[in-house]
Design a protein around this ligand. Structure first.
Ligand code: FUC
Length: 800
């Protein structure tokens, strides 16, 4: 923050510069190991089984291209991904029989006939066709995100090695490997460049003529590898799920050498006795996020042009362009939660030790920054959004098709985007949402005879918007509302009015669907959603049957409330106050709102049902607490207390166990101002749901836990959802001293903070535009006037 500073001292006047921020040298943000991930251990072909070695490999990515580097000495394996490597194709899964049964289902539900209503929902409301193939959709039209293949580099040696080190440096997004073999010190440096759209792999040695290897590329199916024009090419087509070829792809590999020989022989690149070798790899597909055909990218020429452009640059130039572009995102935020120096220890050992001690602030800092690293690596302007595995998948059948689950998972991927200062990286999600409108309109019309657009709990890159193939999880029409709330969040943080104008029709289209979808509960007169599930949870109905289907589950009610509220605020921002806005405002006021049950917990369903699984991983009825803002400890303390009881109860019953679920709890406890419980959920993520390479585990591997954890830590330190900017709202006792720079609050406000002995020392607050804001710290609340681009220094004097 290099701007003029305005200082306000709170409590006691202070002008001393002793509170000035001192830049202390930060610990290196490295994930490192003293042994390789073994490339010789084969992947389990079962997509649902994690591969322990793959989960030791180090991820690189430029938003669309991903690589997992094993760093094995004699056989290097770099597993490759391209974000659009999806089998399947666009398909019509909307069920024209659905509408006719809806009135009957609602009547049954209102009359308490859950068993019959559930049966009728199952037989009439689900999608037509095979849906997601029960999460195994590689061969059906839904399709599956899958591996691009592997680059294998075999040096033909068997001798022992020593001094082994491999690392991923989050500061520059480079993997470095070094070791000594036969008295030669070898090095590999690997990075994936966004500006140049290539992966670069450089091999060097400290003695001449020591680099020899055979390199090839393959994948489990649907490929051919050959050499052409002094390049190695792997290309093929994926099945479209209808018996034909679908997506086409190509990967090109080119090598350059200093001394020695380099040639292309059949499906191999052969290097002999070189001093240094650099490999350039570029991949693309014919996919375009453009319905209805989703194709037309000139992938053959694109890969060729990328390689040629990269060849024209020096290695140093490629490296510095990559580093600069990457650091422009990464360096915006720094976090330091301990004054203690780091004890050097390989990350795997550190993680194992954490499982015992639950105490390693450096690992927690690393995990926080890793989430940011992973978002930068899997989501950049112009790419597809990060999916269930970011962009990293090593199988043909990725769990749950590596799709976009819209009943928590893809939303969680983007919670950190705004708060951790990566707002531009949110854009791929909006491109996806916009692309879903045409098929979502068709689904709204065919399934429900409604206007607007709708989306259920899953989608893919082919515009899937129908319900899932089982009503128990698939009858969730709230996906569109939840996704649309991200539009307002992006605007709230960025204040980008052009964005809001552009996305307003999408937001309105979502509102239109729910305006038609809501019906009046004959007993209460309140507007309720249904037939609907509370994401993936099951209750015992009064008739003793087990069901997921009801009218007005809290989650739907809350996401719709949030959507309507966002729409009303957005309309105001854009100066729109027509009769439709009035109608939405009235509807919002008639919605069935959050209710507290007889046991003091926030109710998950409109009636007080017993849950089949009281520790269920989804905590969807607390959406209003986080990420929504209908409930807050300031505005609605009773509801917040009830939400707290629900959380505690879930945990007491074994909940919050899967990676993303525990990550959500960090955020929810942070919203409740309970830093110690938030920290305890962070401990759960790290000790139970984190792989050796710090990837989140459901299990299987799922990246939402990484993103949700980073968002949770940010939420512990800064909040702005309830009007005021809350400084250190949920600081745990375990982090008494620290600092954070570059976090974002709503209003395009950047905040740096420093604290000691658990007390805030100062906060530097900066906005690009003049505005009046309220800042709170504990019970202290101050209204302050921010001036354009001037740091407001909020100083606590003698906080103890
Ligand atoms: C939701 C969750 C599952 C899993 C899947 C990808 O269905 O209920 O736990 O995370 O998404």
């Amino acid at each position: 923050m290099k701007h003029t500073t305005v200082i306000l001292s709170i409590l006691l006047l202070i002008t001393s510069c002793s509170t000035e921020k001192k830049e202390s040298p930060r610990e290196p943000l490295k994930i490192w190991y003293d042994e390789p991930a073994l490339a010789t251990v084969k992947d389990n072909p079962n997509g649902w089984k994690d591969d322990a070695e793959w989960l030791k490999a180090l991820p690189l990515g430029n938003g669309s291209f991903g690589a997992m580097v094993f760093g094995d000495v004699n056989l290097e394996r770099i597993q490759l991904n391209e974000e659009s490597m999806w089998s399947g194709s666009p398909d019509d899964n909307d069920n024209p029989e659905a509408f006719a049964a809806q009135a009957k289902i609602r009547e049954l539900l209102f009359n308490g006939n859950y068993k019959e209503a559930t049966e009728l929902t199952n037989s009439t409301q689900i999608c037509k066709g095979e849906g997601s193939g029960h999460g195994n959709g590689a061969e059906v039209p839904f399709g599956c995100f899958q591996t691009l293949g592997d680059l294998w580099i075999d040096n033909g040696q068997k001798e022992p090695y020593e001094n082994y080190h491999r690392e991923l440096d989050l500061d520059d997004a480079i993997v470095r490997i070094s070791y000594t073999q036969n008295g030669v010190n070898y090095k590999r440096e690997i990075f994936t460049s966004y500006p140049d759209q290539v992966m670069i792999v450089r091999f060097t040695a400290d003695k001449p003529g020591q680099i020899s290897f055979n390199a090839t590329m393959d994948r489990p199916e649907n490929f051919k590898t050959y050499s052409e024009d002094e390049q190695l090419i792997m290309s093929g087509a994926l099945p479209n799920g209808k018996g034909q070829d679908g997506l086409q792809y190509m990967t090109r590999l080119k090598g350059t050498n200093k001394k020695g020989a380099l040639q292309y022989v059949g499906d191999r690149l052969v290097v002999e006795n070189a001093d240094e070798v650099t490999l350039y790899l570029s991949a693309s597909t014919d996919y375009v996020l453009d319905p209805p055909n989703y194709n037309g990218r000139d992938y053959i020429n694109i890969t060729e042009a990328n390689i040629n452009k990269a060849l024209a640059k020096s290695f140093d130039q490629l490296l510095s362009d990559h580093t600069q572009e990457y650091q422009n995102y990464f360096k915006r935020v720094s976090l330091d939660i301990t004054p203690d120096p780091i004890t050097p220890m390989p990350t795997g050992t550190r993680l194992e030790r954490y499982k015992e001690t639950k105490n390693d602030p450096h690992l927690e800092e690393l995990m926080f920054q890793y989430g940011r690293y992973l978002l930068i690596s899997s989501s950049r302007p112009g790419t597809l959004p990060a999916n269930l595995q970011g962009i990293w998948a090593n199988k043909i059948q990725t769990p749950w098709n590596g799709d976009y689950h819209t009943d928590i998972n893809v939303q969680m991927n983007y919670w950190l985007a705004e708060t951790t200062n990566l707002s531009e990286l949110h854009m791929p999600l909006f491109n996806l949402i916009t692309s879903l409108v045409p098929s979502g309109e068709r689904t709204a019309e065919v399934q429900y005879h409604n206007s607007g657009w709708v989306l259920h709990p899953i989608t893919n890159v082919w515009g899937y918007t129908s319900p899932g193939e089982s009503a128990s999880w698939g009858m969730h029409a709230g996906g569109g509302a939840w996704l649309s709330t991200h539009i307002a969040e992006h605007y709230n943080f960025s204040k980008d009015k052009d964005f809001l104008k552009r996305m307003y029709p999408v937001l309105k289209g979502s509102v239109e669907f729910y305006m038609d979808w809501l019906v009046e509960d004959p007993k209460t007169g309140k507007l309720v959603s249904g037939p609907a599930v509370s994401p993936e949870n099951t209750f015992i109905a009064p008739d003793g049957s087990r069901s997921q289907i009801s009218m007005g589950p809290a989650h739907d009610q809350q996401v719709i409330w949030q959507l309507f509220t966002d729409f009303l605020n957005s309309s105001k921002e854009l100066g729109i106050s027509d009769s439709y806005v009035q109608k939405v405002s009235q509807a919002r006021n008639s919605l069935l709102g959050p209710k507290i049950g007889s046991d003091g917990r926030l109710m998950e369903w409109a009636e007080e049902f017993e849950e089949v699984e009281p520790g269920h991983r989804h905590i969807s009825h607390l959406f209003a607490l986080h990420p929504g803002n209908q409930i807050s400890r300031i505005e609605t303390p009773d509801l917040a207390a009830a939400a707290g009881k629900s959380l505690d109860y879930r945990i007491a019953n074994g909940g919050g166990g899967t990676g993303w679920s525990a990550a959500w709890l960090i955020n929810q406890y942070a919203r409740l101002g309970n830093g110690d419980k938030a920290k305890s959920s962070l401990e759960t993520v790290l000790s139970k749901s984190t792989a050796a390479n710090l990837f989140g585990l459901h299990p299987p591997f799922q990246m939402d836990a990484n993103f949700g954890t980073t968002a949770g830590v940010a939420e512990m330190l800064l909040q702005s959802h309830a009007g005021a900017i809350e400084l250190l709202p949920a600081l745990p006792k375990a982090w008494p001293t620290g600092s954070v720079n570059g976090l974002k609050a709503r209003g395009d406000i950047t905040v740096d903070m420093k604290w000691e002995n658990g007390q805030l020392i100062y906060a530097n607050i900066l906005a690009p535009e003049e505005q009046e804001i309220t800042v709170s710290y504990g019970t202290l609340k101050k209204t302050i006037q921010l001036k354009e681009n001037e740091i407001f220094k909020f100083v606590m004097d003698n906080p103890n």
